[in-house]
Ligand binder design. Sequence first.
Ligand SMILES: O=C(O)CCC(=O)C(=O)O
Ligand SMILES: [Fe+2]
Length: 252
Amino acid sequence: MSSTKPILPQSLDEARILRLPCTAFYISEFITEGEEALILEKIASAPKPRWKQLSRRRLQTWPSDLINNKLVDARPLPPWLEEPVVTRLLSLCLDKDTASKPHIFSDSPHKRPNHVLINEYPPGIGIMPHKDGAAYHPVVATVSLGASICLNIHEMEEDGTLKRTPAWRILQEPRSLLITTANLYTDYLHGIDDTLEDIGLSENTIANWPLLRSGSTFHDGRNSRQTRTSLTYRDVLGVSKLGSKFMFNHKR
Ligand SMILES: O=C(O)CCC(=O)C(=O)O
Ligand SMILES: [Fe+2]
Protein backbone atom coordinates (compact mmCIF):
# COMPACT_ATOMS: atom_id res chain seq x y z
CA MET A 1 0.00 0.00 0.00
CA SER A 2 1.29 3.42 -0.90
CA SER A 3 1.86 5.92 1.91
CA THR A 4 2.53 8.93 -0.28
CA LYS A 5 0.01 11.73 -0.09
CA PRO A 6 -2.35 12.17 -3.01
CA ILE A 7 -1.74 15.14 -5.29
CA LEU A 8 -4.55 17.53 -4.54
CA PRO A 9 -5.72 20.29 -6.88
CA GLN A 10 -4.11 23.69 -6.24
CA SER A 11 -7.52 25.18 -5.78
CA LEU A 12 -11.06 23.85 -5.59
CA ASP A 13 -11.78 25.67 -8.83
CA GLU A 14 -10.14 22.77 -10.66
CA ALA A 15 -12.51 20.35 -8.92
CA ARG A 16 -15.76 22.16 -9.59
CA ILE A 17 -18.60 20.07 -11.04
CA LEU A 18 -19.50 22.49 -13.79
CA ARG A 19 -22.69 20.77 -14.89
CA LEU A 20 -24.47 21.23 -11.57
CA PRO A 21 -26.61 24.32 -10.96
CA CYS A 22 -25.05 24.96 -7.56
CA THR A 23 -21.54 24.86 -6.21
CA ALA A 24 -20.16 21.35 -5.84
CA PHE A 25 -16.68 19.86 -6.05
CA TYR A 26 -15.29 16.38 -6.67
CA ILE A 27 -11.74 15.13 -6.03
CA SER A 28 -11.26 11.52 -7.10
CA GLU A 29 -8.02 10.80 -5.18
CA PHE A 30 -8.55 12.51 -1.83
CA ILE A 31 -7.10 9.82 0.42
CA THR A 32 -4.68 6.97 -0.26
CA GLU A 33 -5.46 3.26 -0.23
CA GLY A 34 -3.53 2.98 3.04
CA GLU A 35 -5.57 5.76 4.66
CA GLU A 36 -8.79 4.21 3.37
CA ALA A 37 -7.86 0.84 4.86
CA LEU A 38 -7.00 2.41 8.23
CA ILE A 39 -10.30 4.29 8.47
CA LEU A 40 -12.27 1.17 7.49
CA GLU A 41 -10.42 -0.75 10.19
CA LYS A 42 -11.32 1.87 12.82
CA ILE A 43 -14.97 1.78 11.76
CA ALA A 44 -15.01 -2.03 11.94
CA SER A 45 -13.39 -2.08 15.38
CA ALA A 46 -15.72 0.50 16.95
CA PRO A 47 -17.67 -0.96 19.89
CA LYS A 48 -20.89 -2.66 18.77
CA PRO A 49 -23.26 -0.16 20.44
CA ARG A 50 -21.74 2.49 18.19
CA TRP A 51 -23.72 1.03 15.27
CA LYS A 52 -27.31 2.04 14.76
CA GLN A 53 -28.98 -0.69 12.71
CA LEU A 54 -31.67 0.62 10.38
CA SER A 55 -33.84 -1.81 8.44
CA ARG A 56 -31.28 -2.31 5.69
CA ARG A 57 -28.41 0.03 6.39
CA ARG A 58 -26.35 0.72 9.48
CA LEU A 59 -24.67 3.87 10.66
CA GLN A 60 -22.38 5.40 13.28
CA THR A 61 -22.58 8.99 14.50
CA TRP A 62 -19.49 10.80 15.79
CA PRO A 63 -18.92 12.28 18.30
CA SER A 64 -22.58 11.62 19.23
CA ASP A 65 -26.22 11.72 18.10
CA LEU A 66 -27.91 15.09 17.88
CA ILE A 67 -30.46 15.99 20.57
CA ASN A 68 -33.12 18.44 19.36
CA ASN A 69 -30.87 19.13 16.37
CA LYS A 70 -27.97 20.04 18.67
CA LEU A 71 -24.66 18.57 19.65
CA VAL A 72 -24.69 18.38 23.42
CA ASP A 73 -21.48 18.37 25.46
CA ALA A 74 -19.63 17.63 22.25
CA ARG A 75 -16.31 15.88 22.44
CA PRO A 76 -13.85 16.45 19.63
CA LEU A 77 -13.92 14.02 16.72
CA PRO A 78 -11.64 11.01 17.29
CA PRO A 79 -8.15 11.40 15.74
CA TRP A 80 -8.87 8.87 12.97
CA LEU A 81 -11.76 11.03 11.69
CA GLU A 82 -9.65 14.21 11.94
CA GLU A 83 -6.52 12.92 10.25
CA PRO A 84 -6.11 13.00 7.35
CA VAL A 85 -9.59 14.08 6.22
CA VAL A 86 -10.32 17.31 8.14
CA THR A 87 -6.78 18.66 7.90
CA ARG A 88 -6.68 18.02 4.17
CA LEU A 89 -10.20 19.40 3.65
CA LEU A 90 -9.31 22.66 5.40
CA SER A 91 -6.09 22.95 3.39
CA LEU A 92 -8.00 23.13 0.08
CA CYS A 93 -8.10 26.72 -1.17
CA LEU A 94 -11.16 28.01 -2.92
CA ASP A 95 -9.13 30.20 -5.22
CA LYS A 96 -5.49 29.70 -6.13
CA ASP A 97 -4.87 33.40 -6.83
CA THR A 98 -5.37 34.44 -3.24
CA ALA A 99 -2.95 32.79 -0.87
CA SER A 100 -5.08 33.59 2.15
CA LYS A 101 -8.34 32.59 0.50
CA PRO A 102 -10.54 30.92 3.05
CA HIS A 103 -11.43 27.25 2.89
CA ILE A 104 -14.76 25.61 2.29
CA PHE A 105 -15.89 25.76 5.96
CA SER A 106 -14.74 29.34 6.59
CA ASP A 107 -18.32 30.68 6.58
CA SER A 108 -19.62 28.02 8.94
CA PRO A 109 -20.10 28.88 12.64
CA HIS A 110 -17.28 26.65 13.90
CA LYS A 111 -15.07 27.06 10.82
CA ARG A 112 -14.75 23.28 10.57
CA PRO A 113 -16.85 20.14 10.58
CA ASN A 114 -17.78 18.98 14.07
CA HIS A 115 -19.89 15.96 13.19
CA VAL A 116 -19.48 12.83 11.06
CA LEU A 117 -22.11 10.35 9.97
CA ILE A 118 -20.82 6.98 8.81
CA ASN A 119 -23.23 5.10 6.52
CA GLU A 120 -22.58 1.55 5.34
CA TYR A 121 -24.43 0.43 2.20
CA PRO A 122 -24.36 -3.27 1.30
CA PRO A 123 -24.87 -4.10 -2.40
CA GLY A 124 -28.50 -3.48 -3.37
CA ILE A 125 -29.11 -0.89 -0.66
CA GLY A 126 -29.35 2.88 -1.04
CA ILE A 127 -31.03 5.78 0.72
CA MET A 128 -34.41 7.34 -0.13
CA PRO A 129 -34.33 10.79 -1.70
CA HIS A 130 -34.31 13.31 1.14
CA LYS A 131 -33.10 16.69 2.36
CA ASP A 132 -30.67 16.90 5.23
CA GLY A 133 -32.63 19.36 7.35
CA ALA A 134 -31.84 22.48 9.27
CA ALA A 135 -29.38 21.23 11.90
CA TYR A 136 -26.33 21.76 9.70
CA HIS A 137 -24.48 24.54 7.98
CA PRO A 138 -25.16 23.86 4.26
CA VAL A 139 -21.79 22.42 3.32
CA VAL A 140 -21.43 18.63 3.21
CA ALA A 141 -18.12 16.89 2.60
CA THR A 142 -18.50 13.20 1.76
CA VAL A 143 -15.58 10.78 1.65
CA SER A 144 -16.40 7.45 -0.01
CA LEU A 145 -14.71 4.22 1.06
CA GLY A 146 -14.61 0.70 -0.34
CA ALA A 147 -16.54 0.99 -3.59
CA SER A 148 -18.21 3.28 -6.11
CA ILE A 149 -21.82 4.42 -5.92
CA CYS A 150 -24.11 6.82 -7.77
CA LEU A 151 -25.72 9.70 -5.91
CA ASN A 152 -28.91 11.05 -7.49
CA ILE A 153 -30.02 14.66 -7.27
CA HIS A 154 -33.78 15.12 -7.67
CA GLU A 155 -35.89 18.15 -8.37
CA MET A 156 -39.36 18.73 -6.94
CA GLU A 157 -42.55 19.30 -8.90
CA GLU A 158 -44.34 22.61 -8.27
CA ASP A 159 -46.74 20.83 -5.91
CA GLY A 160 -43.83 19.61 -3.80
CA THR A 161 -43.79 15.99 -4.99
CA LEU A 162 -40.57 14.35 -6.01
CA LYS A 163 -39.53 14.04 -9.63
CA ARG A 164 -38.59 10.36 -9.77
CA THR A 165 -36.02 10.67 -12.56
CA PRO A 166 -32.92 12.32 -11.17
CA ALA A 167 -31.98 15.67 -12.66
CA TRP A 168 -28.28 14.84 -12.16
CA ARG A 169 -26.20 11.85 -11.14
CA ILE A 170 -22.83 12.04 -9.39
CA LEU A 171 -20.53 9.02 -9.41
CA GLN A 172 -18.52 8.70 -6.20
CA GLU A 173 -15.41 6.55 -6.43
CA PRO A 174 -13.67 4.96 -3.44
CA ARG A 175 -11.27 7.42 -1.71
CA SER A 176 -12.98 10.38 -3.36
CA LEU A 177 -14.25 13.59 -1.80
CA LEU A 178 -17.54 15.19 -2.84
CA ILE A 179 -18.39 18.64 -1.49
CA THR A 180 -21.93 19.90 -1.96
CA THR A 181 -22.99 23.35 -0.85
CA ALA A 182 -25.90 25.68 -0.43
CA ASN A 183 -29.10 24.97 -2.34
CA LEU A 184 -27.97 21.64 -3.75
CA TYR A 185 -28.81 20.38 -0.27
CA THR A 186 -31.73 22.73 0.41
CA ASP A 187 -33.67 23.10 -2.87
CA TYR A 188 -33.07 19.58 -4.20
CA LEU A 189 -33.25 16.08 -2.76
CA HIS A 190 -30.48 13.52 -2.85
CA GLY A 191 -30.69 9.76 -2.72
CA ILE A 192 -29.08 6.49 -3.76
CA ASP A 193 -30.93 3.77 -5.69
CA ASP A 194 -31.55 0.36 -4.15
CA THR A 195 -29.78 -1.58 -6.88
CA LEU A 196 -27.07 -4.18 -7.37
CA GLU A 197 -25.71 -2.24 -10.31
CA ASP A 198 -25.60 1.42 -11.35
CA ILE A 199 -26.24 1.46 -15.10
CA GLY A 200 -26.23 3.94 -17.96
CA LEU A 201 -23.04 5.61 -16.75
CA SER A 202 -21.55 7.87 -19.39
CA GLU A 203 -20.28 11.35 -19.93
CA ASN A 204 -23.82 12.32 -20.88
CA THR A 205 -25.40 11.06 -17.68
CA ILE A 206 -22.77 11.61 -14.97
CA ALA A 207 -22.28 15.23 -13.93
CA ASN A 208 -18.72 14.73 -12.62
CA TRP A 209 -17.56 12.48 -15.50
CA PRO A 210 -14.63 14.76 -16.48
CA LEU A 211 -13.35 14.63 -12.88
CA LEU A 212 -13.34 10.83 -12.45
CA ARG A 213 -9.95 9.26 -11.80
CA SER A 214 -7.91 8.58 -14.86
CA GLY A 215 -8.34 5.03 -16.08
CA SER A 216 -11.73 4.72 -14.42
CA THR A 217 -13.34 1.57 -15.69
CA PHE A 218 -16.93 2.43 -16.36
CA HIS A 219 -16.52 1.89 -20.10
CA ASP A 220 -19.46 -0.49 -20.26
CA GLY A 221 -21.58 2.09 -18.43
CA ARG A 222 -21.95 -0.15 -15.39
CA ASN A 223 -20.88 -0.16 -11.78
CA SER A 224 -21.45 -3.37 -9.90
CA ARG A 225 -22.16 -2.44 -6.27
CA GLN A 226 -19.89 -3.64 -3.49
CA THR A 227 -20.16 -2.56 0.14
CA ARG A 228 -19.64 1.19 0.18
CA THR A 229 -19.12 3.24 3.31
CA SER A 230 -19.46 7.00 3.40
CA LEU A 231 -18.23 9.58 5.87
CA THR A 232 -20.34 12.74 5.77
CA TYR A 233 -18.64 15.67 7.48
CA ARG A 234 -20.80 18.62 8.54
CA ASP A 235 -20.83 21.57 10.90
CA VAL A 236 -23.77 21.24 13.30
CA LEU A 237 -24.98 24.79 13.95
CA GLY A 238 -26.18 24.28 17.51
CA VAL A 239 -23.60 23.17 20.04
CA SER A 240 -24.59 23.19 23.66
CA LYS A 241 -21.86 23.21 26.28
CA LEU A 242 -24.42 22.71 29.01
CA GLY A 243 -25.56 19.29 30.13
CA SER A 244 -28.72 17.55 29.02
CA LYS A 245 -30.51 18.75 32.17
CA PHE A 246 -30.59 22.23 30.66
CA MET A 247 -31.88 20.89 27.35
CA PHE A 248 -34.83 19.13 28.91
CA ASN A 249 -35.75 21.78 31.50
CA HIS A 250 -36.04 24.63 29.07
CA LYS A 251 -38.76 24.72 26.45
CA ARG A 252 -37.44 25.98 23.13
O1 LIG B 1 -23.85 8.18 1.71
C1 LIG B 1 -24.00 9.23 1.12
O2 LIG B 1 -23.22 9.61 0.24
C2 LIG B 1 -25.19 10.10 1.43
C3 LIG B 1 -25.60 10.05 2.87
C4 LIG B 1 -26.69 11.00 3.17
O3 LIG B 1 -27.32 11.54 2.33
C5 LIG B 1 -26.99 11.34 4.56
O4 LIG B 1 -26.47 10.70 5.46
O5 LIG B 1 -27.77 12.28 4.79
FE1 LIG C 1 -28.39 13.22 3.12
